[in-house]
Structure formats: structure tokens, C-alpha cells
Design a protein around this ligand. Structure first.
Ligand code: IPE
Ligand code: IPE
Ligand code: MG
Length: 257
């Protein structure tokens, strides 16, 4: 499936950012480095998370401007429960705040919100907010914003297997396409580009299945400082990649023949 579309369709206001040949249809972001951002300023980690949450608006708007259609953001992993209670409490509080204060604007701007992750384990009030937000924005189609919250790639696959077994699906019917349909991202194309901020070179259990052929872009920039210009750099880097998916690209095939 050709899930790239030309930048010609992107917003005219991008004069600062010359149009690019290819815009990834689906981008995933591992929003890392809030703690270090705060530490560098002598602030508590929670302040870094707050700055990170504020930065989301900029990045979502920039993604829309550049013509991205699906943005998946890693907000809280299944492993993040290992953090100190106080930090978790701060993160949950921020999540509530974000839903209460930003959802209206997101909905107005045509953002469709989806949740990737387990509902179990989260407080009932957060569960309710997520469900309401997903319902409220279901008809929007400018950008799909997948919020990976209480998300782990391995847990997602385990969850899919449990459902496949519970439905008595015969082994020969279990294909890659079928498994994909049991993931939280059912019906969506895989990410073309995965960005990780703050320089860590690992996936940390993000989009384990879906990211199998994604291009990775790692930047030392900390998440609260990752702005539109930084996103553009990631897109430029993406444009220089030659995606092969295990095969050969057209020019190589021509050289061979
Ligand atoms: C990312 O920032 C936010 C979450 C994981 C929730 P971190 O809190 O991981 O920041 P660093 O990696 O400690 O700098
Ligand atoms: C990944 O960041 C999770 C999120 C961004 C939500 P972490 O900071 O939790 O990852 P590790 O611990 O460095 O692998
Ligand atoms: Mg981190």
C-alpha cells in the first residue's frame, strides 16, 4: 500500500519549510527527555512533564501543517508504573488536565483521538475521560492522534493472542494481517517514521509489531524543546531514506537487469 502522499497537499503557510517530496502518512513519537529537561533547569521532574505536555500542541499543529495523517504519541508505558509514586501521580494529574483543557481545541481542529493501551490498571476517572474523548472526536478526520497510554508493545501482542485464542480462530487462519487486526491500531497503516527525542537509541516497547519496517529518527533534542523546525528536520531525514522493505529499490533493479 502506498501510504505516502506528496507535500503539495500540505498547508501553504509552510513557506519557512520548503515542501518535501514525501510526507510520512503515519509518524510515531517516543516523547522522551522531560526529566532531563527539568534537571538541567534545577526543576522537579514534574515540571518537565508539564513542559512536555505543553509542547504537544505545537507538535500536533505542526504535524497537521506538514500533512501527516496519523500521529502516535507514547505518553505512558506499561513499564512507567515502576516510577516513584509521586511522579506517577503528577503524570496522571497532567493527563486529566490535558483532557479537560486541550480536548476542546483538538476536537475543533479536526483531530480524532484514539487510545492505544490497556484500560485496566488506570483509574476509573481516566478511563471515563478517554472513552468520552474517543467518542466525541470519532467523526473528525484531519488527523488521527493515537495516544499510547498504559501501552506496551509486548502487552499489546499478548492481548491480541488472548483474543484470537478466545475466539477459537484456527491456526491456519492466523496470518500477519489477522494479527494486525487484533492490535490497538487495527485498520491503520504501520508507522513510516518513528522519532525518539533525547538521544536514547532504543524502542522501549513502542509499536513493537507495527514498527517492524519503520524508519527511525533519533535526535538529542529533549521532548519539551522539540518544535516545528525539529519535526521538519526529521521529515528531511525521512526524505533521504531509501526504503527497501527487504527488496530492492527501483534503480537497483534496473542496474541488475
Ligand atoms: C518522558 O520523559 C516522559 C515519560 C516517560 C512519561 P522522561 O520522564 O522519561 O524523561 P527522562 O528520560 O528521565 O529525561
Ligand atoms: C519511553 O520512555 C516511554 C515514554 C516516552 C512514554 P522511557 O523514559 O520510559 O524509556 P526508558 O526507560 O528510557 O527505556
Ligand atoms: Mg525517559
Amino acid at each position: 500500500m502506498d501510504n505516502l502522499h506528496t507535500a503539495a497537499a500540505t498547508d501553504k503557510s509552510n513557506t519557512e519549510f520548503p515542501p518535501l517530496k514525501k510526507i510520512p502518512y503515519h509518524i510515531g513519537i517516543i516523547m522522551d527527555g522531560n526529566g532531563r529537561w527539568a534537571k538541567r533547569r534545577g526543576l522537579p521532574r514534574t515540571m518537565g512533564h508539564r513542559a512536555g505536555a505543553e509542547n504537544l500542541r505545537t507538535v500536533i499543529e505542526s504535524a497537521v501543517d506538514f500533512g501527516v495523517k496519523i500521529l502516535t504519541i507514547y505518553a505512558f508505558s506499561t513499564e512507567n508504573w515502576k516510577r516513584p509514586k509521586r511522579e506517577i501521580k503528577g503524570l496522571m494529574g497532567l493527563f486529566h488536565y490535558y483532557f479537560d483543557h486541550e480536548l476542546g481545541e483538538l476536537a475543533k481542529n479536526g483531530v480524532q483521538l484514539r487510545h492505544l493501551g490497556h484500560m485496566n490498571g488506570m483509574s476509573p476517572s481516566i478511563q471515563k475521560k478517554i472513552t468520552r474523548a474517543v467518542e466525541k472526536t470519532a467523526e473528525n478526520n484531519r488527523l488521527i492522534l493515537n495516544v499510547a497510554f498504559n501501552y506496551g508493545g509486548r502487552a499489546e501482542i499478548v492481548h491480541a493472542i488472548q483474543r484470537i485464542v478466545a475466539e477459537n480462530i484456527p491456526p491456519e487462519a492466523i496470518t500477519e494481517e489477522l494479527v494486525s487486526r487484533y492490535l490497538y491500531t487495527a485498520g491503520q497503516p504501520d508507522p513510516d517514521l518513528i522519532i525518539r527525542t533525547s538521544g536514547e537509541v532504543r524502542t522501549s516497547n513502542f509499536l513493537t509489531w507495527q514498527g517492524a519496517y519503520a524508519e527511525y529518527y533519533i535526535t538529542p533534542v529533549l521532548w519539551p524543546d522539540f518544535n516545528k523546525a525539529e519535526l521538519y528536520k526529521a521529515l528531511q531525514s525521512f526524505n533521504q531514506r531509501k526504503r527497501r522493505f527487504g527488496g530492492l529499490i527501483d534503480e537497483e533493479e534496473l542496474e541488475e537487469s
